[in-house]
Design a protein around this ligand. Structure first.
Ligand code: B12
Ligand code: SF4
Ligand code: SF4
Length: 377
């Protein structure tokens, strides 16, 4: 079979089905990645969202017997929101990172991978294929880097010359020996903007992330946010784009190729106060289709409380007091108490004391004490 010809046809077809960039690499083990993953594990820098089995991550043959190649695909997503609503003094708003704008990208990328699989199966009916996006075993970035989609930036992102780093990645492993592409040269040069601007110092050095400090990770945790980060997350409800927005390669990069990726401004940049009281059904209906809701309502609500504290929004005090007294979730009660103190609403001292008298959860009591301390200082 003429694999080069088949590769050309696959590339041609990819353009018709809404894939913005495609690259090919071998199914050889990712040996350099193995060392990196072990190092990250040993340093305690992993987020816990990664596939834990390192062998599966680095050896495509364990995922598809007789694997011969991996196709990497990239879909460009928008970086600018049309008709973005303004956050006003009375109605403060939070922000979902761009990777959570529009329909959940897992569904969008999976759709393109399925279409690509169907085309390859049509051409080679006996082919074996396996596709994945984000939740699969492979490192989507390591695959993309080796397949020439982009280089691995100091901010850890795969940066394409065409679309910058605002691309989602997906992989298709097959037993077809497609001729591989060559990696792109690193174009970061002496720039260190992303390292300099990271609010928490999570980029410990170029291309190395301590996930436990990264705001993108922290916004997705379910417990109390460690205190040193509470004032750093600003109005972020999910994810963080800071090390990408400062990147000079991303300047002017804003692509609107995919209708599904257009954000609903009221969802991507929602009002904060209504989030405090939203019920499960409404949350699912409004936010359920975006990738940023995968951890459920609690982290978003916790982050909304912290965002209101960030804005020192006194108009949120009645809602925060109600949460502190009645919410069944300790994280929400405690974070609300902390926020009331942080906002500096001295008239709430009595409410905090009342809450302290009836509170049974020790962590929450600690947060109420912190709130009181802010107000008594
Ligand atoms: C776990 C995870 C996270 C964690 C950890 C991120 C990280 N940097 O490791 C958290 C929750 C923090 C996170 C955040 C984000 N994520 Co995420 N995440 C993943 C996931 C599931 C695994 C990543 C992983 O294994 N990391 C471990 C590190 C060690 O490996 P790696 O980054 O995959 O591979 C690189 C390194 O190994 C490096 N490397 C290897 N050896 C060596 C040696 C040296 C010396 C150096 C310098 C580097 C180096 O090269 C590889 C290629 O770049 C992938 C999906 C997947 N299955 O791959 C998505 C993925 C990486 N995330 C993605 C996105 C969009 C994000 C966010 C931008 C979302 C947001 N706006 O909040 C942020 C960006 C944060 C950042 N600066 O990285 C995209 C990235 C797209 C792109 N253009 O790069 C992915 C690929 C999902 C997808 N399919 O589109 N994510
Ligand atoms: S996503 Fe935010 S917190 Fe994480 S490395 Fe980038 S700038 Fe730092
Ligand atoms: S900000 Fe500079 S160093 Fe960081 S990824 Fe972009 S070009 Fe590279």
């Amino acid at each position: 079979m003429d694999y080069l010809q088949l590769k050309k046809e696959v590339i041609e077809h990819s353009k018709k089905i809404g894939i913005d960039k495609i690259g090919f690499t071998t199914a050889d083990p990712f040996t350099q990645l193995k060392e990196r993953l072990i190092t990250q594990q040993q340093l305690g820098y992993q987020s816990g969202f990664e596939e834990p089995d390192i062998e599966k991550r680095i050896n495509p043959e364990l995922l598809l017997p007789k694997a011969q190649s991996i196709i990497s695909i990239a879909l460009a997503y928008p970086s600018k929101m049309k008709n973005a609503p303004r956050s006003t003094k009375d109605e403060r708003r939070g922000i979902f990172a761009r990777a959570s704008w529009g329909k959940d990208y897992h569904d969008v990328v999976r759709d393109r991978l399925k279409k690509l699989e169907a085309f390859i199966i049509e051409k080679v009916p006996e082919v074996k294929v396996k596709s994945m996006v984000d939740t699969g075993e492979l490192s989507d970035r390591a695959v993309a880097e080796r397949a020439g989609i982009g280089w691995s930036g100091k901010n850890c992102a795969i940066i394409t010359p065409e679309f910058g780093s605002y691309v989602y990645l997906g992989d298709l492993i097959s037993n077809i020996p497609f001729p591989p592409d060559t990696p792109i040269e690193d174009q970061c040069g002496s720039c260190t903007k992303c390292l300099d601007v990271c609010p928490t110092g999570a980029l410990v050095q170029g291309g190395q992330l301590d996930s436990t400090k990264c705001i993108a990770f922290l916004t997705q945790t379910k417990g109390f946010l460690p205190e040193q980060y509470r004032t750093k997350i600003g109005n972020r409800l999910y994810g963080c784009d800071t090390c990408q927005t400062v990147c000079p390669i991303n300047k002017g990069k804003d692509f609107h190729f995919h209708e599904e990726m257009e954000p609903d401004p009221e969802i991507a940049k929602p009002k904060l106060k209504p989030l405090l009281t939203i019920n499960n059904r409404d949350f699912k209906e409004k936010f359920g289709y975006v990738s940023g809701s995968w951890r459920g309502k609690k982290p978003i609500q916790r982050n909304a409380i912290l965002a209101l504290a960030h804005y020192k929004d006194e108009t949120a005090i009645p809602d925060l007091i109600a949460l502190m007294h009645t919410d069944p979730r300790p994280v929400i009660r405690g974070t609300a108490a902390w926020a009331i103190g942080k906002i500096g609403h001295k008239e709430s001292i009595a409410e905090l004391e009342k809450a302290l008298n009836k509170e049974k959860d020790e962590e929450v009591m600690e947060e109420i004490h912190k709130g009181l301390q802010f107000l008594n200082d």
